[in-house]
Design a protein. Sequence first.
Length: 179
Amino acid sequence: MRPIEPGEFTVADLELTPDEGPRYELVDGVLLVTYMSSAIHQRALGELMMQLVSACPEHLEVLPGPLEFRPDNRLALVPDLLVLPRGDSTTRWVEELALAVEVVVSTTRTVDQVLKPVLYARAGVPAYWILDVEETKLTVLELVDGVYVEREVVVGEKVFEATLPFPVEIVPAALLRER
């Protein structure tokens, strides 16, 4: 990447980052860098993706990161899972989401639980799910009048019956079980 001053990063700078290695995200011109996740993070992510894919209607698709969500030139986020309108884009980014999912671990807790809900809401993403693998908890946020409201917090073996973006049942503890 070219040397630039903090606060001046744009999505054009992200095009110069490598496809492998750290995850690069952009928030109001500030670059966020996170690193590889743990096996439990990947297990939960894989299980959740399989459940969402099996229930997903044809007009939507479920994709894993590192596909970027870029609603504007100064914001680029990389959700762990994305639900978006089905399309044939050839870019490594999308501009519209129906659901963003983040799998929280200790190193991403503040960003995923404090910063990202504000950013996804500001970008108009209808639903944001936060799966906390350390607490076996799924927090479901839905956009109401431009602000996320907590629809439900599901812990352990409790079943969450989603309606948005489509009907599906999720049990947090089941996402973390080894097969």
